[in-house]
Design a protein around this ligand. Sequence first.
Ligand code: PBG
Length: 326
Amino acid sequence: MDLDFTRHRRLRKSPGIRSLVREHHLHVHDLIYPLFVTYGKQVKNEVPSMPGVFQLSLDQLEKEIEEIVALGIQGVILFGIPEEKDAEGSGAYDEAGIVQQAIRLIKKTAPSLIVIADTCLCEYTDHGHCGVIREDRVLNDPSLDLHARTAISQARAGADIIAPSNMMDGFVTAIRQGLDKTGFKDIPIMAYSVKYASAFYGPFRDAAGSTPQFGDRKTYQMDPANGREALREAYSDVVEGADILMVKPALAYMDIIYQLKEQFDLPLAAYNVSGEYSMIKAAAQNGWIDEKAVVMEMLTGMKRAGADIILTYFAKDAAKWLKEGN
Ligand code: PBG
């Protein structure tokens, strides 16, 4: 018989050969772990829709940080649950706000751990939207001042990276100018450049108490049906001075991760969001899937698509599994 076909299986023959030709590797340094910080003492509330994820009070944070550092994880992103909410989300830019306090504490406990501050208002506003409301509309420009104030207060507390997730137009310009004017020229901005109006954020809104009290986020977050618009969104963030771009969610948007990686030369982050976490947890708890195998396949897939950085609630698990070796 004439052998006029290619034997791809030669390179799959043994674990050694497979490892030799493996194209992408997940590394613990790729991972960022999200943390939810809240007021009170001895608070460690498990989020019902996110098994293994907790709202933590500051006195619980030190232990958590030590664990994260011991696992070799390089960075965390912080979300705050304030004591009180108001129309202007003032808890977001309060110098003594919960995230500001958490940043100070973490920088004291583990100075080299990278602290990323999520910059948004929705956890702090009584209406649950990411900006200022007038007659049931989310206003763009008046919201920018508050986002800039939030970013400045987070930088002042010691945040290493500012990550604006509010999807107002011009948020990178507003925050860059605000940081530059207040002596924080060297603080990078990781922009949630391409953030879709996604149902995959459901469990996060339980965790952070940030569900919109009326309407939805479709006038500021992107339509899941759009791909070319993602490039326009990313382009304006690049022009405005973003240092790192982000795509969010990740799983249903692998094509967008790939396209941003091809089009732009900035580092690229992917947010493996709450709903993606909950789906896997629920299936694993039912014994329907092999959690470890599925998680590693998913995270490696995100790297293959082009992500340099992955924000994931699986960061601690993945770090453990990477340590054990696959
Ligand atoms: C705040 C914010 C959200 C998430 C990160 N930052 C929620 C939202 O936009 O409603 C979602 C994260 C997740 O689902 O894991 N704007």
